[in-house]
Ligand binder design. Sequence first.
Ligand SMILES: *[C@@H]1O[C@H](CO)[C@@H](O)[C@H](O)[C@H]1NC(C)=O
Ligand SMILES: *[C@@H]1O[C@H](CO)[C@@H](O)[C@H](O)[C@H]1NC(C)=O
Ligand SMILES: *[C@@H]1O[C@H](CO)[C@@H](O)[C@H](O)[C@H]1NC(C)=O
Length: 590
Amino acid sequence: MRSLLPFLCLFLAGTKGVGASDPTVPFMEYLDQDNLVCLKWGFDDLQGSITFMLAVNTTGWVGFGLSPNGGMKGSDIVIGGLGPSGSYFTDRYATGNSMPVVDTQQSYTLLSMNEREGQTIMTFQRSIQTCDDQDFYITAQSIKLIYAYGTTDEITYHGARRGTKEINLLNYKSRTTIPNSDYLSATVDNITVPPIHTYYHCKVMNFPNLSTKHHIYQIQPVIEHHDIVHHMLLYSCPPFVTQPYDKPCFMGDIGDACFGVVAAWGVGGEVFELPENAGIPIGGGDSDMFYRLEIHYNNPNLDAGRTDSSGLRLYYTAQLRQHDVGILTTGVQPFEYMNYVIPPKAPEFQTYGVCNTSLFSQNSVPDLQMFAVLLHTHLAGMKVRVGHYRDGKQIDFLGVDENYNFEIQQIVSLGKIKTIKQNDEIAVECTYNTVSRTGVTKVGKHYLAYNLIFLLPATFHIFLLQMGLGTTDEMCLAFLLYYPAIEITSCVSYPNTMSLSNTSYQMFEETTSDLDEIAEYQSLLNTLPQIQVISSDDSNYTVYEKGIIREMMKTPTVTCQNPNASSRLYTPWILETAGIILSLLWIAIM
Ligand SMILES: *[C@@H]1O[C@H](CO)[C@@H](O)[C@H](O)[C@H]1NC(C)=O
Ligand SMILES: *[C@@H]1O[C@H](CO)[C@@H](O)[C@H](O)[C@H]1NC(C)=O
Ligand SMILES: *[C@@H]1O[C@H](CO)[C@@H](O)[C@H](O)[C@H]1NC(C)=O
């Protein structure tokens, strides 16, 4: 084991252009497809510092940042370069897609700035935990790194010279590859992307019959055109979907009912690796199952005649792992007739869905070991938080996205495994902004968990499906990935509004509401009993009427030496100390 580290350094010493091998930055990744932007990094567990060496093939300015979701908003950024009057370097943060603002406290230190053979090499350092609320808190989970650069030293809009890549800086590891392992290909085949800004393509397919059970252990994106493929989701279908097709999504086709998330990829995302002891079961009993691949294309230039063959590869193995992975859907799921609405003109409106696991009907539910989460709202969603409660008290968050972006949805691995015990409660909070809307926004208008669809008459299915996806309607869901799989697939709720008079619901349809009315409506909704619907694989479902919304704590922040400082950009639910993480990594390297 000890020989691994020198080997890594020797190997990197051979890398051209980035300069001599530096033992303080043993890790290396290219951040772009064309190998023009190279990042090396390393960290010191005693000093608690992390060092970056960024080499970019330009003589202009270079920018690098840590982003909550791959976008600029909420990112911690450094910009530097070597210009006619010497080197320049600043620590900044971005409040939107605009020039990043210089931080009050400069937490990054420039170690060196060089230009060699048309390449700018910027080496800089910061504390892993800076305790500056304008910096990003680095944890041992994957972080979206962003970069941009210019062709001159005048810092202006970067145009297409930008990108993002997800890397786990503090727990970097190369990917598992099982030799000769097979994969299932969920890809589209040379489809034509229409000349419209946003296009969703759907392919409903089944996979070659696997007569025995296998485990999917890794999901790899296969992206033919990075400039237009924005995000992809793979869903499993209910048994009434029995025919393949390939066409635009949300046109009232039966596959719109395929809603069991299997895999997700968003721009800047990478290979998704399942935990070593668990896999997504496939084949055997359910080998006739159909799947729907949904690809979101972003074609802002309205180019005509673009074709594409992107998708996902699901690597599987016959060597079964210890556990089957399960996906539990939590959040808000009203029935069609419940008329649950978000008023217009609301700057921050919250919906809550609760799940009390004491209601799971299985006799003994094992501890659910949760390792990843996918959060989902539509366009008005600004934040999603998933609270974890035990004995009536919140003990943790199972997922937080304070900068939710509909266009960058993907499965996020937790920095550590979180245990959901029987009797724990889960609450999903979604915060929406409807300031620019004039009418009410319906919540969960048409998507019923497909287990519920079985219970409705067939004609009603068609009715549901014909309504299509309104991305202007809202949803509030968190898909929790865990093992070992249990029978329960969905545990969602909605407020019991039956007792309300029509007027309290319709007031927002007719008149422009003011903030006081919105606040009143919000607190009314929060105190109504929650109807919980718990459904399972075999399409059994149970309804309970006694759920309550418990208080959700403020998103925690880092406690620093300076008691007044806290980290605004901190992606918060990992609370281990850096020391533990670093020791573990140290062991892994040695
Ligand atoms: C980037 O610059 C380095 C140093 O000049 C050079 O060796 C390398 O080939 C360049 N990379 C690309 C992709 O042009
Ligand atoms: C993809 O389709 C386009 C037009 O639809 C065609 O010109 C092209 O040859 C096709 N490419 C492949 C690889 O089949
Ligand atoms: C709401 O209005 C409908 C018709 O508009 C009526 O049938 C129903 O009884 C009303 N419900 C309540 C609770 O007032």
